[in-house]
Ligand binder design. Structure first.
Ligand code: DAH
Length: 428
């Protein structure tokens, strides 16, 4: 359902809620070819080359579609998500996400010359260990559920945050790094949520000579440096804004904070950060050190910096969108080319125990793709027999053209059919 807050508020800022119930060849686990895909590639005759799009190269590793999308209960990756792998919007220098990434690089390069190693091509397919265990996400944390995360198999996921790379980079000897990448989360549908978005992670490690003589304990030293660095970053991006630090919770940091800025008459979260849990440093060969870490969502920031009203626009190939942005032009304001009218369709059904809104949204996206703008729960009641009914309003709207009644009726018809067939609910 529509969450009113801005794009992708961090799931990791919530404590566990679940009571009832190597990219580059030199590191990380990245999926090997499944045996069938590998065999078919090596024995294929010249005249039957695999179609280019069926094998992707991600962070130096080859991935076939069968490796990621399988009809198997441990796999919940739909075709629509596979089709986004390898798009790497953050590596396009003329795209708002690439412009923002480069703007952040510029801040670090200017203030800390040659200090930060940059990674923006690490494979998004990671192990459960990398995504969760290595950054101390508790075993019962809600983010691990199949309802929230895309699983390739029981031990492999599409990373749901760039923090998934912290441990391996520390082990690889990196002490100052920025990791940018596409991340994947099952979620509801509205103008600020999309199941694929982009994050940047930053880590800086300090050794005793850094803090000795400062008069501060290592944790306070790291926290001070963190706050100074990130306030500078926020000023670099947003100008002379008012800022405040909010105490937060993340499994991987202690203490943890969120940075907020006062922008366009409201407080807006810019990033999550903190002093890295000592256990992460210790497990990865840095027991004598302290470190800070931060993570930020690129869409959330780009939407306000460039005045982009809907998160789907980042995926648009429409020239009226793409031509408005160019390399190095941070913060040019997007001019909407036209606002096409939305069309609303309601559907009501009796839910079953296994029903979740994320599953509903995935079915709808599977049919309507980027033509669906928002899905909102507008009515919800339980009758005397204990049966619960939900009514959802689906807003269909294209960013690029007017939709015909016929087209929308077809979509809605398909949605009703698949919701009934796949979600174990009874339409009313
Ligand atoms: N991984 C967090 C998320 O996706 C964001 C984050 C918070 C990253 C704090 C960090 C951090 O490195 O220190 O919600």
């Amino acid at each position: 359902m529509a969450v009113v807050s801005s794009a992708h508020s961090a799931i990791f800022s919530k404590a566990s809620l679940f009571h009832h119930i190597n990219g580059f060849k030199r590191f990380t686990f990245c999926l090997p070819f499944s045996s069938s895909a590998a065999a078919s590639l090596s024995t294929k005759k010249k005249w039957r080359q695999p179609v280019a799009s069926s094998v992707l190269e991600l962070g130096g590793t080859k991935i076939a579609k069968d490796d990621v999308v399988r009809d198997d209960p441990t796999n919940n990756v739909p075709d629509t998500i596979f089709s986004k792998l390898g798009m790497q919007l953050h590596r396009r220098n003329n795209h708002p996400l690439g412009i923002l990434k480069n703007g952040i690089y510029e801040y670090f390069d200017t203030n800390y010359p040659n200090m930060f190693d940059k990674f923006d091509d690490l494979c998004p397919i990671v192990s459960v260990k990398q995504n969760f265990d290595d950054v101390l996400v508790p075993a019962d944390h809600v983010s691990r559920s199949y309802n929230d995360t895309y699983y390739v198999d029981s031990q492999t996921v599409l990373r749901c945050h760039t923090s998934a790379h912290q441990a391996e980079l520390l082990r690889g000897g990196h002490t100052h790094f920025l990791v940018t990448g596409d991340v994947y989360r099952r979620d509801s549908i509205d103008s600020t949520h999309y199941p694929v978005f982009h994050q940047m992670e930053g880590v800086r490690v300090f050794t005793p000579e850094n803090w000795e003589g400062s008069g501060l304990d290592p944790t306070s030293f790291a926290a001070d440096d963190l706050k100074k660095s990130l306030e500078g970053l926020a000023r670099h991006l947003f100008g002379a804004v008012e800022m405040r630090w909010i105490d937060a919770y993340f499994p991987f940091t202690n203490p943890s904070y969120e940075l907020e800025i006062y922008f366009k008459e409201k407080w807006m979260e810019v990033l999550g950060c903190g002093v890295m849990e000592q256990e992460i440093l210790k497990s990865n060969g840095r027991s004598d050190s302290v470190a800070w870490a931060f993570g930020l969502g690129l869409e959330r920031l780009a939407m306000v910096l460039f005045d982009i009203p809907d998160i789907r626009l980042f995926w648009s190939n429409d020239e009226r969108f793409t031509s408005q942005f160019s390399q190095g032009q941070m913060g040019v304001k997007f001019k909407p080319f036209s606002k096409y009218p939305p069309c609303y369709k309601d559907m009501s059904f009796w839910i079953s125990e296994s029903f979740t809104e994320n599953n509903l949204c995935e079915v709808i996206r599977g049919i309507a793709g980027d033509l669906v703008e928002e899905v909102t729960l507008i009515d919800n009641f339980t009758n005397k027999k204990g049966m619960t009914s939900h009514c959802y309003r689906i807003a269909y709207r294209s960013m690029e053209r007017s939709l015909t009644d016929e087209e929308i009726n077809d979509l809605q018809w398909n949605v009703r059919e698949q919701v009934q067939n796949k979600l174990n609910v009874v339409l009313r």
